[in-house]
Design a protein around this ligand. Structure first.
Ligand code: ADP
Ligand code: MG
Length: 507
């Protein structure tokens, strides 16, 4: 029984618990049980609802009677908590009677506290639903966390209309710093934002890049600029697209998504790699087709090129790749320096005494190589340091302030060439054998392992990996990756072997 009950808005009341619980080390609550729970949820809720909200719900651990679940985005977390937490708990409890609570956290994302200190998502405060502590624990509907640009208010979306996510006023072309790695994406975005006719130049415009390299920033900038030109713009995240679709299914009366989007000039969709679920993908495909055919501009961002969006249907992939595909590359040191300077300058508006010398900027730009988010975090650290100590920031104090940002987030960059060399020497073949057309077993397996390692250890796309392996097709690479994944799952000695290769490459 759930003692959390419902609050006066009819939502499940979520209760936070404190203090240690009696350990119940329940073997029943583990992975197998979780698989059954997922199967039941799928059966009870239907394929679409399940694919939309639960496909990415994972069980991290069961401890002290509490099953710790996680999802990749805050939106999914709040949505599941608000609408399905009680259901999930009930189903879990039916499978594992000794379970007392479940909690849902966000995994993978790095969220910063007020001073810019990063926290792993899984360390964030979790809401817990269940029995223990329910009667006395304080009710909390929401955790107070910083809201990411364009996110956070999704829960209030009305049924039956398409509400875009808000555009963040700070993410404009003016605040977007140009560098070699993003110049092309910027130019294409700018053209699209300025373009007025209903014959789009490139449709869709597809931007892709790793995390924190400015995709969302550029999408918002395009949105602002197009609106300024009087165009009707909708900006959607993949989560919101899925939500809109599921809401329209539920409301039944509403028109298909694509009909409701008819009245707009520009549709922007962020993080399309998260779109999943068969009928949602179909709807996504229909929406793309209808809008493109009607001359509406579409701009899309993802963490990988269209050909690598493995969960999407082949036709949707090719439609997405049918316009202009532009990659935003890693931020080089000069660009990192400019972004830092721009950020410091922007912060001076609110903190006039905040001064960061050129030497400190240069130091931080060299030390933090990962992405824009870490740069932002670093500036927040410097500001916190300056305000707390009231003294000028030196390179030494800067080093201390950003130390953990530097150390934890710099996995060694692995080169495909190094992978090929290591794998070749390990299996007694030559690197040119690996790149060659030879199909003997002695060469094929090492080649597949090298391709697999290239996929998991580098940020290279499948087509790029194919090119680097003697000009092979991306489907060949995908085949190799799948093959090795399966072999690893079936064969522990191979799994150890590959693990060892990984370590050797990363050290
Ligand atoms: P992505 O969507 O690719 O993960 P974001 O657009 O959210 O990345 O960028 C992460 C952070 O870095 C944001 O604060 C963004 O403003 C900043 N950033 C990234 N690239 C640039 C740039 N070229 N100029 C200014 N800020 C940038
Ligand atoms: Mg983004």
């Amino acid at each position: 029984m759930v003692r959390g009950g419902q609050d006066n808005r009819g939502r499940v009341r979520l209760v936070e618990i404190g203090g240690a619980e009696v350990s119940s080390d329940d073997p029943q609550g583990g992975a197998e049980t979780w698989a059954r729970v997922k199967r039941r949820l799928r059966a009870e809720l239907g394929e679409d609802v399940f694919a939309s909200w639960f496909a990415r719900l994972e069980m991290d651990a069961v401890a002290d009677g509490c099953a710790r679940l996680s999802v990749p985005t805050r939106f999914l977390k709040s949505w599941i908590e608000a609408h399905y937490a009680e259901r999930v708990f009930a189903v879990y409890k039916a499978e594992a009677p000794s379970l007392e609570r479940i909690s849902i956290g966000v995994r993978g994302t790095i969220v910063r506290d007020g001073a810019g200190a990063p926290k792993r998502g899984s360390d964030l405060p979790r809401l817990v639903i269940g029995e223990a502590g329910g009667a006395t624990g304080p009710a909390r509907a929401e955790t107070k966390l910083p809201v990411p640009p364009g996110g956070g208010r999704e829960e209030r979306t009305e049924f039956g209309e398409v509400n875009g996510a808000p555009l963040d006023p700070r993410l404009t072309f003016e605040s977007f710093v140009l560098g070699r790695s993003n110049a092309l994406a910027h130019a294409a975005g700018d053209r699209v934002a300025q373009h007025q006719s209903n014959q789009p130049l490139y449709n869709p415009l597809f931007l892709h890049a790793g995390v924190g390299l400015g995709k969302t920033h550029l999408l918002h900038a395009i949105g602002h600029e197009a609106r300024r030109g009087g165009r009707r713009v909708i900006y959607l995240t993949a989560d919101r697209f899925m939500y809109g679709f599921v809401a329209s299914l539920k409301a039944q009366t509403s028109l298909a998504f694509k009909e409701r989007l008819r009245g707009i000039d520009l549709l922007i969709i962020d993080d399309v790699q998260f779109i999943q679920g068969k009928s949602i993908q179909q709807e996504f495909g229909h929406t793309l087709n209808a809008l493109i055919d009607a001359g509406r501009q579409i701009v899309v961002a993802a963490d990988r090129p269209p050909s690598d969006l493995e969960s999407l249907d082949e036709r949707v992939r090719s439609r997405l790749g049918g316009g202009l595909v532009v990659e935003i590359g890693a931020l080089d040191e000069a660009l990192r320096g400019s972004i830092l300077s721009a950020r410091v300058a922007a912060m001076k508006a609110a903190h006039p005494t905040f001064d960061v010398s050129a030497a400190v900027i240069a130091y931080v730009a060299r030390a933090i190589t990962a992405n824009g988010r870490d740069l932002e975090g670093a500036v927040n650290r410097l500001l916190a340091h300056a305000t707390l100590t009231g003294s000028a920031i030196t390179v030494e104090t800067a080093e201390e302030a950003i130390r953990d940002l530097v150390r934890n987030r710099e996995p060694r960059r692995v080169k495909i060439e190094d992978i090929q060399k290591l794998v070749a020497s390990r299996y007694n073949v030559s690197r040119s054998d690996i790149l060659s057309e030879r199909r003997t077993a002695a060469v094929v397996r090492p080649r597949q392992i090298a391709m697999y390692l290239s996929k998991v250890l580098t940020l290279r796309s499948l087509p790029e990996i194919g090119r680097r392996f003697g000009g092979r097709d991306h489907t060949t690479v995908l085949h190799a990756v799948r093959k090795i994944e399966k072999a690893i799952a079936d064969d522990t000695s191979l799994s150890d072997e590959v693990e060892l290769l990984k370590r050797m490459l990363q050290e």
